[in-house]
Design a binder for this molecule. Structure first.
Ligand code: ZN
Length: 307
């Protein structure tokens, strides 16, 4: 039996006050945490992570952008593009989430796999935020790991929205491979060029989706032989998602996560997974879909996590 994956979480992930009817399901992080905590095979796996430092943010982001965000001085138009009203708790939550993904990557290198109950803020560019993303935690974690001696990194993004910020940040960097499998007719309207892009059609179902995921991860691992994979396991591909437009079942989500984590394990490549996007008003139903990533990881470790 393999060691169980460390799980990274902080209560502040769900503590953000949002206006009524804001579409962001802020309660999902705590719901998922409590769901995992209720299972004896996972409840002892939680670890804390430090918040990201300014120096770590600056490995990816423009200093003026960082300063404006920290001081709450980003202009209204730029805050609207992010989609959250500015607050101290928004800022501390973003720093904590970024630190969580960095720590998840570090623990993946030690344990083979680690999972963050947040992360996947892939619409953040070096100089501006977008689509609920302030700091690009995936990009920052990749840069911090390289500072610590990791060579090639694959960022494998299966959130339904294209990882446009990540693609642009690493457009000129051959040591960090960006891959995105996303809804072609979904946000962002203007797609950027990743190293590997698969644009999926609306209403896509499990079989062709899983084929695309399997072929992509096998090909990219074989071609690039990365030293670390950072996996965005967004569940906004799900058939009940409010924003997704695809038609993937809960079992399809499980099979996808099993395929990605399993391919990394077979190739002996550490994988740091983040839960990414997922938008349903019913938080209990949504956390069951996010749970599939953990079920897949537990299965690979020879354990069973409840449905
Ligand atoms: Zn998304």
């Amino acid at each position: 039996m393999s060691r169980l994956p460390p799980l990274i979480y902080h209560p502040c992930y769900s503590e953000l006050q949002l206006p009524d009817r804001h579409r962001y399901p802020i309660g999902k992080y705590r719901a998922l945490y409590e769901l995992l905590l209720s299972q004896s095979v996972a409840s002892h796996c939680f670890v804390d992570a430090p918040a990201a430092t300014i120096a770590q943010l600056a490995l990816v982001h423009d200093r003026r952008y960082i300063t404006a965000l920290i001081n709450g001085e980003l202009d209204a138009k730029k805050m609207r593009r992010i989609g959250f009203p500015w607050s101290e708790t928004l800022l501390s939550r973003s720093l904590q989430s970024t630190g969580g993904t960095i720590h998840t990557a570090a623990l993946a290198l030690k344990n083979g796999i680690a999972i963050h109950l947040s992360g996947g803020y892939h619409h953040a560019f070096a100089e501006e935020g977008s689509g609920f993303c302030l700091f690009n935690d995936l990009a920052i974690a990749a840069k911090v790991m390289q500072q610590q001696g990791v060579g090639k990194i694959l960022i494998f993004d299966c959130d339904v929205h294209q990882g446009d910020g990540t693609a642009v940040i690493f457009a000129e960097d051959p040591s960090i491979i960006t891959a995105s499998l996303h809804g072609e007719k979904n946000f962002p309207a203007r797609k950027q060029q990743s190293d590997w892009d698969i644009g999926l059609e609306n209403q896509l179902t499990d079989a062709p989706y899983l084929q695309a995921v399997n072929e992509s991860i096998q090909y990219l691992l074989h071609l690039h032989q990365p030293d670390l994979v950072i996996y965005d396991a967004g569940v906004d591909i799900h058939q009940n998602d409010d924003l997704g437009l695809l038609h993937i079942s809960t079992e399809g989500v499980f099979q996808r996560d099993l395929a990605v984590l399993g391919a990394c394990k077979m190739a002996n490549i550490p994988v740091a997974a983040v839960i990414g996007g997922g938008y349903q008003r019913d938080i209990t139903a949504l956390s069951q879909v996010h749970l599939q990533l953990f079920r897949a990881a537990w299965q690979l470790a020879g354990e069973t996590l409840g449905k």
